[in-house]
Design a protein around this ligand. Structure first.
Ligand code: SF4
Length: 699
């Protein structure tokens, strides 16, 4: 069999992959030279995809209470269990918790079932932990969740500011594109804003090791600086934005002069001044941000404080400039498109908008359409713990490891009446709490689409047979829906039919009032869907993609204008104190993905960093009475873990870093989620993974 073109299942860069199946059941993996995200390159995780294939550890058959059963018995049990709880307690007593690992088609069917048929918006996703602050910031500023630029713009920029993003490790191929652009144009400047000196800083002309949580102050200070120095695109601001004066006044009042900003952010005034001058004089500037911005109790304000600076200077909608959210997961964006978040409808339409609800219900011909938001991830598991949500179906994610206050998630699931888990792996930390386990198709076995960080829809294609009795998620959800009495809405014969319905809904009664429109991709049959090339939405009737948004200066608020959003700085939810004097920061390492259920199978990837660790500044280690190389106990008010201490001056003083990946399969008691405080951003609901008061002590 020839190599099949598909897409990497890990990060939001969305690299094209060529997978050539072998007779032994594995596959030879290489980068797709024709894919516009990566042009043939793969990072170490993508290159090791072949090592993660195979049946070892796979969930191959449906199970109920630990016993193998047939699909009919398992599906009937799930459908009847959900139906009984809905009949007795109402639709809000059930929930789905899904994942950026799902394909868009899986997400679409799950969202349709809950919001159009069951009648609850209790469907949230692990993307809530990743980029929901960016979604909320985009919607506040642009009227819709829209990423203005393309990867090509990063190569055209004269200044790339990377905020809260270890791009070198977390989005390696995108980082390599920036490295190459800088090699070709050494005058291109790179600035990194990050409390840690990460691998990304090796490329930086300037590193600002700002104090955790002070990003809003820093960007309010930049806004004030730009205004005071006349770096304002008055024509753009007057013609295409609102609320500039109020926003400037609040930024000015709260940030103060450069020295007070530098003091608040704990940066040398000369370094801060250099950054402000650099930004002020460079027209082609991109501010790219990731989890250091999003995963905060003030994540949405951080996003808007960045966008405000681009609006003031008119640096948006033109080549080489704009704000840019780098998404974490392979299909966080696709989930957003179909409304796979508890506060969204479908095709970027709004739950709170009666016309949008009417459009979606009319298109779906569904018996219900929800009007009120559902429970966001942290609240959802709290509601399970409190007995308000009595049945939950978890798909392709491992919340017992990944959610904040993760021991509470364990407690919640152990009390829940019905826990259904669909996964590719049999023994995960979360699967241990399942009453019903459903074997899902994995990467290389399932068919559908994903959307990457620059709005590019790419196909994931199957190149391996389904193992055991595994099935695609869209099929599993559809079969449960049919057994709940909703057959008319779920008669899909393949992923291509789901995608077609999604594409048609995006254009239904849309006369340009909504940006997300992929009507140019509707009408594809199985063959057409199979042949689909990567393309950036919107894709209108001419079937051409759209590399850059807002070139016409039109935004998607009713008046067509973008909004400045005032962002008074707010501190983190929990401050350090004598008992917990340091700040716990969590994040990824280069060679692992999420909770390691897949990358943990690769010996090559494990050899990079084989065990969990704590990074700490040598001075803080001295003050805490711990030494480099020894096992230490890391404790917060919510939990504790034991890991090996690495002292390094690259970790800023006053904070420690612990990776998110290790689960109980690979290291006991190393789930950092159990230590993270459950505070969330009040707008986006995204948890504050970057700021939990912590103590490190000898073990
Ligand atoms: Fe996969 Fe991301 Fe690496 Fe590309 S950069 S190969 S999408 S993990």
């Amino acid at each position: 069999m020839n190599a099949v073109k598909t897409t990497c299942p890990y990060c939001g860069v969305g690299c094209g992959v060529l997978a050539a199946p072998r007779k032994d059941g594995g596959a030879d993996i290489s980068g797709d030279p024709q894919h516009p995200s990566n042009f043939g390159k793969l990072c170490v995780k993508g290159s090791a995809l072949g090592e993660t294939l195979g049946d070892h550890g796979r969930l191959l058959y449906p199970q109920m209470h630990g016993e193998r059963v047939g699909w009919d018995a398992a599906l009937d049990h799930v459908a009847q269990g959900f139906r009984k709880i809905i009949d007795e307690h109402g639709p809000d007593a059930v929930a789905l918790y899904v994942s950026g690992q799902l394909l868009t088609e899986d997400y679409y069917v799950a969202n349709k079932l809950m919001k159009g048929y069951v009648g609850t918006a209790n469907i949230d996703t692990n993307s809530r932990l990743c980029m929901s602050s960016a979604v909320a910031g985009h919607k506040r500023a642009f009227g819709e969740d829209l990423v203005p630029i393309s990867y090509e713009d990063l190569e055209l920029a004269d200044l790339v500011v990377l905020v809260g993003s270890n791009t070198a490790w977390c989005h390696p191929i995108l980082f390599q594109r920036i490295v190459k652009a800088k090699e070709q144009r050494p005058e291109m400047k790179i600035v990194v804003l990050d409390p840690r000196r990460t691998a990304t800083c090796e490329l930086a002309d300037l590193h600002l090791p700002l104090r955790a949580g002070t990003d809003v102050t820093l960007f309010n200070g930049l806004l004030t600086y730009l205004h005071q120095h006349g770096v304002v695109d008055t024509k753009f601001v007057d013609g295409h934005t609102t609320d500039v004066e109020r926003t400037l006044a609040i930024a000015d009042n709260t940030a103060g002069d450069l020295r007070s900003v530098a003091r608040a952010c704990r940066i040398e005034p000369s370094v801060l001044g250099e950054f402000y001058r650099m930004f002020a004089r460079t027209e082609k500037a991109i501010t790219a941000f990731s989890m250091g911005v999003n995963q905060s109790g003030a994540g949405t304000d951080k996003v808007n404080s960045i966008i405000n600076c681009h609006l003031l200077t008119g640096r948006i909608g033109k080549p080489g400039m704009g704000p840019f959210s780098i998404t974490g997961q392979p299909n966080a964006m696709g989930g957003r498109e179909v409304g796979g978040l508890a506060n969204m409808l479908a095709a970027h339409m709004e739950l709170a908008n009666p016309t949008h609800r009417e459009i979606v219900q009319e298109f779906w011909k569904s018996p219900a359409i929800v009007a009120k938001q559902g429970l966001k991830a942290v609240d959802l598991f709290n509601a399970i713990d409190e007995g308000k949500v009595k049945a939950v179906w978890i798909m392709a994610t491992n919340p017992v490891v990944s959610l904040p206050d993760a021991d509470k998630v364990k407690s919640a699931l152990s009390k829940c009446e019905l826990v259904v888990v669909s996964d590719i792996i049999e023994k995960t930390d979360t699967a241990a709490y399942a009453h019903v386990l459903l074997p899902a198709a994995g990467w290389g076995e399932k068919d559908g689409t994903v959307t990457n960080s620059d709005r590019r829809i790419s196909r994931q294609r199957a190149f391996l047979p389904l193992p055991g009795e595994a099935k695609p998620d869209w099929w599993i959800i559809g079969e449960v829906a049919k057994r709940m009495g909703y057959a008319e809405g779920f008669n899909f014969s393949g992923a291509h039919e789901v995608f077609d319905e999604h594409a048609r809904l995006s254009a239904y009664r849309n006369e340009g009032s909504r940006c997300f429109d992929i009507n140019g991709l509707s009408g594809l049959d199985r063959q057409g869907f199979d042949a689909m090339d990567p393309i950036q939405w919107p894709v209108l009737a001419d079937a051409k993609g759209t590399p850059r948004l807002f070139e016409n200066g039109r935004y998607f608020h009713a008046d067509g204008k973008a909004r400045f959003i005032p962002t008074p700085p707010r501190g983190p939810a929990h401050a350090t104190d004598a008992e917990f004097p340091l700040v716990l920061n969590t994040g990824r390492i280069r060679d692992q993905w999420h909770t390691m259920t897949r990358t943990g199978r690769s010996p090559k990837l494990a050899s990079h960093i084989p065990e969990p660790f704590v990074d700490m500044h040598p001075h803080d280690a001295l003050m805490s009475g711990v030494r480099d190389g020894e096992l230490v106990r890391v404790a917060t008010r919510w939990g504790a873990l034991v890991a090996r201490l690495k002292t390094t001056p690259e970790q800023g003083r006053g904070a420690v870093f612990v990776p998110i990946h290790w689960n109980n399969q690979f290291a006991s008691d190393a789930r950092v989620g159990a230590l993270v405080n459950p505070a969330v951003d009040p707008v986006s609901g995204e948890p504050e993974f970057k700021h939990t008061p912590v103590r490190v002590e000898a073990f």
